[in-house]
Ligand binder design. Structure first.
Ligand SMILES: Cc1ncc(COP(=O)(O)O)c(C=O)c1O
Length: 368
């Protein structure tokens, strides 16, 4: 008799369950300051909470396919109708759905590193080979490298994915480079998880009208502040959205998330309040920490800021450990570009941001 492991698909063998140790830790100890997972520190608005309660009372019923919220999303993005929108249980699920429709084992997904981990997680599960194209670190800035992305294309390339703004670097790629990559004809996913912090004017959604190979993804987990609701979506040309929607599980988005999402979209004041709070704090932290000699603060248009403290003589790990002594959880980053000084902070509450700044100035020995 063969062993059970001999029956697993070879490319999934040994893939573990994804667990964020930091999130697990934060739920276990609510006193900790969660400044590590790009969550929104503000709770849902009353309008969103009302929708959750209203539709919670109908939770005995199966949801529909979200026609109302999909129509709303299409309207907000200048698209024709709900058939340009696919909704998912967070944009992580949307990645899963899109990848399933393109990737066969052995084919390649190009990602621009450093970047969010879901592309690799879902790509690997489908047997894809991840091709990492690094951003260029020059003049205390991480630059996008569209030419290198195109040079990495082979006849096995099935998907190119770029986040805009990128996580963890926080910057936008020049719009003209999106056109250049779109022109390749290769399925090109633009991850706009954080675009609302800079405004939808920064979106590349108009490209989906000209290029069928361009798909935009978004989430309500960030500026809208609904990470725990799990709601994300993809925008694209009708034939493409039709095709990728073929991979959806029936009723993948619950009644409560889809109506809470609609309430959030209708509550633009609630969004504006969150964006204003966030962007003011990004400026505050950026200015406060820029005084540390040798410390690199990457300019961010999102709800996190990346740092490289390599030239200060300290490591990112040491900064994380010091922050932890004050109950602050930050996000570490692997060694890259010859530096082990990388770490990232997520914007927290007013008190948490001040505590973070004070803690960092203290750690790097700068007097206020
Ligand atoms: C760039 C990027 N895309 C997508 C996501 C996934 O968000 P969600 O699955 O909550 O929609 C994140 C979350 O951190 C992210 O940073």
């Amino acid at each position: 008799m063969k062993k059970v492991e001999e029956y697993y698909a070879p490319w999934v063998k040994g893939i573990p369950m994804y667990i964020s140790d930091l999130i697990e830790k934060a739920w276990r100890d609510p006193k900790l300051h969660r400044m590590m997972s790009n969550e929104n520190p503000l709770p849902p608005s009353d309008k969103v909470l009302e929708a959750m309660v209203k539709y919670g009372k109908m939770a005995n019923r199966y949801p529909d396919q979200g026609l109302v919220v999909r129509t709303k999303i299409a309207g907000m993005n200048g698209l024709d109708g709900p058939y340009n929108v696919m909704i998912g249980n967070g944009s992580s699920e949307v990645y899963d759905n899109i990848f399933r429709m393109f990737i066969e084992p052995g084919q390649e997904v190009i990602q621009h590193t450093p970047c969010f981990g879901i592309y690799q997680l879902r790509g690997t599960l489908l047997g894809a080979k991840m091709v990492n194209v690094p951003m260029v670190y020059k003049d205390r800035y991480l630059h996008f490298d569209p030419e290198a992305i195109l040079q990495a294309v082979t006849d096995k390339t099935k998907i190119i994915v770029v986040a805009n703004p990128n996580n963890p670097t926080g910057n936008f790629m020049d719009p003209k480079h999106f056109v250049t990559i779109a022109e390749s004809g290769i399925p090109f996913i633009i991850d706009e998880a954080y675009v609302e912090y800079a405004g939808l004017k920064m979106s590349q959604v108009a490209l989906t009208k000209k290029y069928e190979n361009v798909i935009i993804t978004r989430t309500l987990s960030k500026a809208y502040g609904l990470a725990g609701m799990r709601f994300g979506y993809a925008l694209g040309a009708k034939p493409v959205i039709d095709q990728i929607s073929g991979s959806l599980l029936p009723w993948n988005v619950g009644t409560i998330p889809m109506w809470a999402a609609l309430a959030a979209f209708e509550d633009q004041e609630g969004l504006a309040e969150r964006v204003k709070f966030n962007n003011a704090v990004v400026d505050f932290i950026t200015e406060s920490l820029s005084v540390i000699p040798g410390f690199v603060v990457f300019p961010s248009k999102a709800n996190y800021i990346l740092f490289d403290c390599g030239a200060t003589g300290k490591t990112g790990k040491e900064a994380l450990a010091y922050a932890e002594t004050k109950g602050i959880i930050l996000r570490g980053e692997s060694k890259k570009y010859g530096s082990d000084g990388w770490f990232r902070v997520t914007i927290g509450s007013r008190e948490e941001n001040q505590l973070f700044v004070d803690t960092m100035l203290e750690f790097f020995g700068v007097k206020k």
